[in-house]
Design a protein around this ligand. Structure first.
Ligand SMILES: *[C@@H]1O[C@H](CO)[C@@H](O)[C@H](O)[C@H]1NC(C)=O
Ligand SMILES: *[C@@H]1O[C@H](CO)[C@@H](O)[C@H](O)[C@H]1NC(C)=O
Ligand SMILES: *[C@@H]1O[C@H](CO)[C@@H](O)[C@H](O)[C@H]1NC(C)=O
Length: 487
């Protein structure tokens, strides 16, 4: 994320955080910080547990700090108390120029008195945090990745003890950094057991959310490991959801550019070798033969085409439609098989769409006279990051009093007018833009709106007019003698 991407608002907020930080820095101490990094491909899941102790009465706002590098890779962040499901309110204060870090505050459900303790669990998802090494691989070579991170978890508070565990997906770890001249420890800085590399314990670390700490104490560590699955990036997702009351239909259309971010294929792709590899069940990890997607229950008329045309190699198992109920676990399963395996460094663009009964997603509130429709923000693509997403919701013609609620704030949003065939006044269209969506970005977009009775008639009326028009032309046509006369 660019460093100077301040809006005036975030500038005001970072000015506000100054006094807040100064007092907050005195109000807690970390008795322990344990970070666990689960290495993956496009996504790396990180869990950090802060055992905190209040140093003054009424301490309820805990400040989290992310270094610039960590912040640039962090696409999702959530804080909870250990063992509890409730997500704690989080405020993003953006970049804090004086300390060179990004700050967030977490509000504890109950203020702590002096010596009161809490266990705060912060989960993040990092994207683009790994890269293939070597950068090129032949078709039958294995795939390995490197992951870079900072050694110390930084915090505006003093920390008594801290360790970081990095877990590789297999025990094949080619190498890991053994940093030298590390402060806060007298023992071995790093140990490895099986697939887990542990840095620390480090003792008595002073408040570290500062440029000075980063410059003098922070270290870089790199882990080089084998990864046996394709590294999938969706460079671009355009998702259009069209609500039609007339046909009682909800159409979802996704256009995607898949990119295999594994090592670039060295030499040519050999289909013969590919088939042999598959026959012996030894497909290389950096080949992406396809992906399984979970789609909603009750979908029909699914389509899947790429630049060449319809792709028939996929398999869709649909579950029957269920009346919308939050507890329904029914789903359809699509085994998406591109025309050819997507090799490292290759793109594959395609469009995938389907129709659903509108009543599976929509409700009507008699008291307000408004329709309410809830649709998933996106179709989760397991293990993939979606670099850029443009999500549009196209509402029925003539819809008014539009309000919408997104599960995550969009980078940009607007309402415009969308005019298609047989529309008279056009349909309101909501456009939302996101970056770096992950498998954690689930949740629904909710939209509420009114459709005046007049607007309900607009479509049949437009069709009738179009029909009458054709009819009139046909009538006239019959009267005009178009035969070529012979003299
Ligand atoms: C907090 O704990 C410290 C050390 O255990 C103790 O000296 C102090 O009196 C305690 N403060 C309160 C208010 O309980
Ligand atoms: C693709 O499939 C759809 C129906 O699923 C069909 O209407 C369309 O004609 C097909 N297009 C091509 C190029 O085969
Ligand atoms: C893949 O797509 C991305 C974005 O659409 C583009 O920047 C890149 O050049 C493409 N790569 C190849 C090898 O076509």
């Amino acid at each position: 994320m660019p460093r100077n991407w301040h809006t005036p608002l975030s500038l005001i907020l970072s000015a506000l955080v100054l006094p807040l930080c100064a007092s907050a820095a005195n109000s807690f101490e970390n008795t322990a910080i344990v970070r666990t990094v689960e290495l993956g491909g496009a996504l790396v899941h990180v869990t950090t547990t802060y055992a905190v102790k209040a140093l003054e009465d009424g301490s309820s706002v805990y400040t989290l700090a992310l270094g610039e590098q960590e912040h640039a890779h962090t696409s999702w962040l959530e804080a909870k108390l250990k063992g509890q499901a409730e997500v704690l309110p989080l405020e993003d204060f953006g970049y804090h120029p004086d300390s060179g870090v990004f700050l967030y505050t977490v509000e504890l459900p109950k203020a702590l008195n002096t010596n009161g303790t809490a266990n705060l669990v912060v989960e993040t998802v990092q994207t683009h945090a790994t890269f293939p090494w070597p950068q090129e691989a032949a078709q039958k070579d294995p795939q390995s990745l490197k992951y870079n991170a900072e050694l110390f978890v930084i915090s505006p508070y003093k920390t008594l003890v801290q360790r970081t565990k990095i877990r590789a997906p297999t025990t094949t770890v080619h190498s890991y950094t053994e940093p030298e001249d590390v402060a806060f420890t007298t023992d071995a800085v790093v140990t490895k057991a099986g697939a887990t590399i542990t840095y620390g314990p480090f003792h008595d670390i002073p408040a570290s959310a500062s440029q000075d700490f980063v410059d003098t104490k922070q270290k870089q560590v790199t882990v080089h490991y084998t990864y046996d699955h394709p590294v999938i990036e969706v460079k671009k997702l355009e998702r259009a959801v069209e609500i039609s009351h007339w046909g009682a239909n909800l159409n979802v259309d996704n256009t995607m550019v898949f990119y295999n971010a594994g090592p670039r294929l060295k030499g040519h792709f050999s289909r013969l070798e590919y088939q042999t590899q598959n026959y012996f069940g030894r497909g290389a990890a950096h080949m992406l033969p396809g992906i399984n997607l979970i789609l909603p229950a009750g979908i029909h008329s699914a389509y899947y085409y790429d630049l060449v045309g319809n792709v028939s190699t996929s398999h869709l198992r649909t579950a029957p439609s269920v009346p919308k109920g939050p507890n329904s676990n029914a789903y359809s399963l699509l085994e998406l098989r591109p025309r050819y395996p997507v090799m490292g460094g290759w793109n594959y663009s395609f469009t995938l769409g389907w129709d659903s009964p509108l009543q599976d997603y929509a409700g009507y509130d008699k008291s307000t006279g408004k329709h309410i429709v809830g649709v998933p923000l996106m179709t989760v693509i397991p293990t993939a990051v979606v670099d850029e997403a443009e999500i549009t919701l196209i509402l029925p013609e003539g819809a008014t009093d539009i309000e919408y609620f997104t599960p995550y704030p969009a980078l940009s949003e607007r309402i415009s007018n969308h005019i298609t065939y047989l529309d008279t006044i056009g349909r309101p269209k909501i456009t939302l833009k996101y970056k770096e969506l992950t498998d954690k970005h689930t949740g629904n977009i909710y939209v509420t709106y009114k459709v005046p009775f007049r607007a309900h008639l607009q479509k049949p009326l437009a069709v009738a007019m179009a029909f009458l028009g054709v009819f009139a032309i046909a009538l006239t046509w019959r009267r005009v003698d178009t035969r070529i006369r012979r003299k």
